[in-house]
Write a new protein. Structure first.
Length: 322
């Protein structure tokens, strides 16, 4: 009687990944939506959940192959499901999931709820002060920020320009310029200092309102810096630099930061109205514009690596501290 050959060992099929993006009916990103993954095939496993990021994307790693179903829920929207089959070792990208407004909720109610969330975030940002003193309003540490309305963009600009610390900083800059006799056409003495102070405050005000309120409202762009906080030092540095010329639109997508670029050039052009005659001209316009863009890049780097550690009253978010 011959011996039977033992069965060869079988290995479990390789797991795969499932990812996708959630939007609303207009195509705008839906951040913070809850996504539940259910295995509906033979390889039954416990349900898993995640939430969409600020780019509307979600991802599940190490998923057993087979049939699955995704259930997406978000406040103000009807529940949406999506089914598919994951192959062994497959990276499966689900077709874009578009959420419809819930039957008992109107578009106006959804819009109002988003405005309320955005307003709460703005109020948090207005409390952010480096060392508890210096305004740090134009950065959001929230991993799921909501787009601002035009009114909220103007509110941030107004709060920045009338902050007492802003007046003090402008005064310090004017004092340094006076000591170095910068813009000598202004002269010296109290009158020269007042002119320098006025010019610096006008630069700040026009730059802030044009680049952070007027143009962002017209172009539907977000004037804030979105703190990254994760990744390598190099990736965060490049991210901070890039954010001087790119930004997020109100639809949650990255785009050219026309607001900052054109805002700095426009502010440079307006400065020709009040700078001394010998300092006016096209060169001043583009020089001030370039300085403004460079200053934004430098401020972003400091924002990414330093200011968060020195800002004591940041609301707690589910975002890691570097």
């Amino acid at each position: 009687m011959g011996q039977s050959t033992p069965p060869l060992p079988t290995s479990d099929p390789m797991p795969g990944n499932i990812s996708g993006t959630v939007v609303d009916q207009s195509g705008a990103i839906v951040a913070g939506a809850k996504v539940k993954l259910t295995n509906t095939g033979e390889a039954q496993s416990a349900d898993r959940e995640t939430v969409t990021g600020d780019n509307g994307e979600f991802s599940f790693a190490n998923v057993a192959p087979g049939a699955f179903q995704l259930t997406v829920t978000s406040a103000g929207f009807a529940t949406q499901t999506s089914s598919g089959t994951l192959g062994p070792g497959e990276v499966h990208i689900v077709p874009q999931i578009a959420l419809a407004v819930a039957a008992n909720v109107t578009d106006v109610q959804v819009a109002l709820s988003r405005i309320e969330v955005a307003q709460a975030q703005v109020k948090d940002e207005e409390k952010q002060r480096v060392l508890g003193v210096f305004p740090n309003f134009y950065v959001t540490y929230d991993p799921h920020p909501v787009a601002l309305t035009s009114r909220q963009k103007f509110e941030l600009a107004w709060k920045t320009t009338i902050d007492p610390v802003t007046f003090a900083i402008v005064g310090g800059i004017a004092g340094v310029q006076q000591a170095q006799n910068s813009f000598s056409g202004y002269g010296q003495g109290a009158q020269g200092y007042a002119k320098r102070y006025g010019a610096n405050y006008a630069d700040l005000t026009t730059g802030t309102f044009i680049g952070s309120a007027i143009l962002p409202s017209l172009l539907k762009q977000d004037p804030r810096y979105f703190y990254k906080g994760t990744g390598s030092t190099r990736s965060r540095f490049l991210y901070a630099i890039a954010n001087s010329v790119i930004c997020k639109g109100d639809n949650g997508r990255w785009q050219v930061n026309y607001s900052n670029i054109l805002g700095n050039i426009a502010a440079g052009g307006i400065s020709n109205l009040y700078y001394p005659a010998q300092n006016r001209g096209t060169a001043l316009t583009f020089e001030n514009g370039a300085i403004g863009i460079g200053a934004t890049a430098a401020a972003n780097v400091v924002e990414e690596f330093l200011w968060r550690k020195l800002t004591p009253n940041i609301p707690k978010h589910d975002q890691p501290t570097p």
